[in-house]
Design a protein around this ligand. Structure first.
Ligand code: KPL
Length: 297
């Protein structure tokens, strides 16, 4: 396949390297246009992929079979809207990011959209991307036109396993949202690795209670206990990790809070629910973000 990867951060480079190794034709797409992108990935087995690949080639984009979007949630809809008219009409766009809400922002787009959530962990260390842990990527249709692309699961599974196709991706997206609502703001506020949240079980449990209330109203059956069990599993399996939100805060970058806790609060409001614990966390992260964003302008 011919695939353009939009966003060449940790996850983007991991996909570029994996696709290239499986013989797919790939290019990167960067916001600041440049003809090449450097991909430097250390795999989980220690092997290194270090190649310069083409980037921002409009002809390649116009013939791409897939646009894989690995940007941060808040960058997605703006960037996709700019590129969508330059893709073949039936080529799907696969969104892989933390949080939810981008589908609503892209509602006017008729291009097939797929949504994915992943538990692969990759982080930047200087100029190198470390593939920290293998995981599962759940993908499924994000709009009506996206329903015909289940075959992609097999193709992508051969590239970066595991891939699971879901005719309804929303339950998997909500489960991941629940974990991000717990781990991301708490680690950013306590400035700690994920594993330290073992010491903050009351807050972890309160967040899960509130998320479960919203999920039930959204029609996804769950219980606070299920979410707490799952969140604690992820806290254990990623104990050494620095969450993406803490990483953003440390380098004073815009965070994904509006698409994580912010999305949860928006859905809660639509159901007339008040979420005091998540509202407080949202305010605290926004205050932090505003402080450094204001001082940099
Ligand atoms: O997705 C993550 C993130 O850091 O954004 C978790 C699951 C919390 C792992 O760190």
């Amino acid at each position: 396949m011919k695939i353009t990867v939009l966003g060449c951060g940790a996850l983007g480079q991991l996909w570029l390297a994996s696709l290239y190794k499986q013989g797919h034709e790939v290019q990167g797409w960067l916001r600041v246009p440049q003809p090449f992108c450097h991909v430097n990935v250390v795999e989980t087995d220690g092997s290194v992929f270090n190649q310069t690949l083409i980037a921002n080639d409009p002809d390649f984009l116009a013939n791409s079979d897939l646009l894989l979007v690995t940007l941060k949630a808040w960058q997605v809809s703006g960037a996709v809207k700019v590129l969508v008219g330059r893709l073949p009409a039936n080529s799907p766009i696969l969104l892989l990011h933390n949080g939810m809400g981008t589908l609503e922002e892209l509602r006017s787009i008729h291009q097939p959209i797929l949504l994915g959530v992943t538990t692969h962990a990759a982080r930047r260390d200087g100029n190198v991307i470390i593939h920290v842990a293998n995981g599962i990527t759940h993908i499924g249709p994000g709009n009506e036109a996206g329903h015909h692309f289940s075959y992609l699961a097999d193709t992508l599974h051969n590239v970066l396993p595991e891939i699971a196709w879901h005719d309804n991706i929303l339950p998997a997206s909500w489960k991941k949202l629940a974990v991000n609502c717990v781990i991301n703001p708490l680690t950013a506020l306590y400035n700690c690795p994920n594993g330290d949240l073992r010491q903050h079980q009351n807050e972890v449990s309160d967040i899960c209670h509130e998320v479960a209330m919203v999920m039930e109203r959204e029609g996804h059956h769950t219980t606070p206990e299920d979410l707490l069990y799952y969140a604690n599993q992820v806290i254990e399996s990623t104990a050494e990790n620095i969450s993406s939100m803490l990483a953003d805060v440390r380098v004073e970058r815009h965070t994904e809070i509006d698409y994580i806790t912010g999305f949860l609060l928006q859905r809660a409001r639509a159901h007339g629910l008040l979420l005091p614990v998540n509202s407080r966390l949202y305010e605290q992260i926004k205050r932090k973000e505003n402080e450094y964003e204001r001082s940099s302008t």
